[in-house]
Design a binder for this molecule. Structure first.
Ligand SMILES: C[S@@+](CC[C@H](N)C(=O)[O-])C[C@H]1O[C@@H](n2cnc3c(N)ncnc32)[C@H](O)[C@@H]1O
Length: 285
């Protein structure tokens, strides 16, 4: 329909309240919502208002701040406003570079110590399990010496990740032999990841924007943070990258999504050319 016939857009909340919502969500999660995402954001708020029986957006705002159930409601709101798109072997070239070029370097430097890999913003688990499959395929890294931690802010995707049960959509970038080798059919159109891969990944809730929680983490050799910081504004990116730097062993690697870069964010990681891809590294002293 022509815009002129639709009439002016009516919003759920006044501009000033929308800005306050955005600031509140940003402070809690680092996620950045602006005018372009207003329709999406307001629809999600409306859904949550209906679910808990709150009549106005202003009341819902107060609920998020002061209600005794606010922690549970934040959890719900976050599951509604995060983008969780993912699939197995996403950006395969980069994952192959991890398997064939990054891991041998990390392994050599580890000198018998445990190697720790973090899939931060793991969504429903396809990234972390792809990493586990690649390590298993390489056959060089014994399970008890490599730890894979996968975290996300969204508890609903984490529950799905732990179940390791996937539909066809998760296999859109791999050929059928990948699925046959690592998954067993389970019911109509569902496939469960084999136990030998599942047990290699541990899942946990972690909000990348809760800065004081990073001290609970042990240092990592490789951090994957792919297709996560695109939803953050500059300030949030800077803060999270600072923490990643603190939590990375010298000589460790940071793998971002291919549409993401640290230009104008930080120069603490160095971009290096490996034979098949570009990766960020924390230089060893
Ligand atoms: C688009 S998915 C990316 C999944 C996977 N890394 C990939 O590239 O396929 C982005 C994920 O980041 C998570 N996320 C967003 N903000 C976060 C935060 N502050 N802390 C932790 N995870 C967050 C979302 O819940 C979502 O599951």
């Amino acid at each position: 329909m022509l815009d002129i016939l639709k009439g002016p857009q009516t919003w759920l909340m006044e501009d000033e309240l929308y800005r306050r919502f955005c600031a509140l969500v940003h402070e809690a999660t680092g996620l950045s919502f602006g005018e372009n995402s207003r329709f999406f954001f307001e629809k999600r708020v409306e859904m949550r208002m209906a679910a808990i029986g709150v009549a106005t957006a202003r009341e819902y705002y107060q609920y998020l701040l002061y209600d005794s159930e606010r922690v549970a409601e934040w959890d719900q709101l976050i599951t509604h406003i995060t983008t969780n798109e993912t699939y197995f072997m996403r950006e395969e070239r980069q994952l192959r570079c991890f398997q064939k070029e990054v891991m041998p370097l990390v392994w050599e430097r580890s000198a018998g110590k445990r190697v720790r890999i973090w899939s931060s913003g793991c969504s429903t688990g396809e990234e972390a399990y792809s990493i586990a499959i690649l390590l298993r395929e390489a056959g060089l890294y014994p399970e008890n010496r490599v730890e894979i931690l996968a975290t996300d802010i969204n508890t609903r995707v984490l529950a799905k990740a732990k179940s390791a049960l996937y539909t066809e959509a998760a296999f859109r970038a791999v050929d059928s032999s990948f699925r046959r080798q690592w998954f067993a059919p389970e019911g109509a159109g569902l496939f469960r990841l084999r136990e030998e891969i599942r047990r290699r990944v541990s899942f946990s809730r972690f909000n990348l924007f809760e800065m004081d929680k990073y001290n609970l983490l042990l240092p990592f050799d490789v951090i994957f943070c792919r297709n996560v910081i695109i939803y953050f504004d500059l300030e949030a990116k800077v803060k999270v990258m600072e923490r990643f730097h603190d939590k990375m062993r010298p000589g460790g690697f940071l793998l971002l999504g291919h549409s993401e870069s640290l230009i104008s964010v930080t120069d603490r990681f160095k971009l290096i050319h490996l034979p098949t891809d570009l990766v960020y590294t924390k230089e060893a002293p």
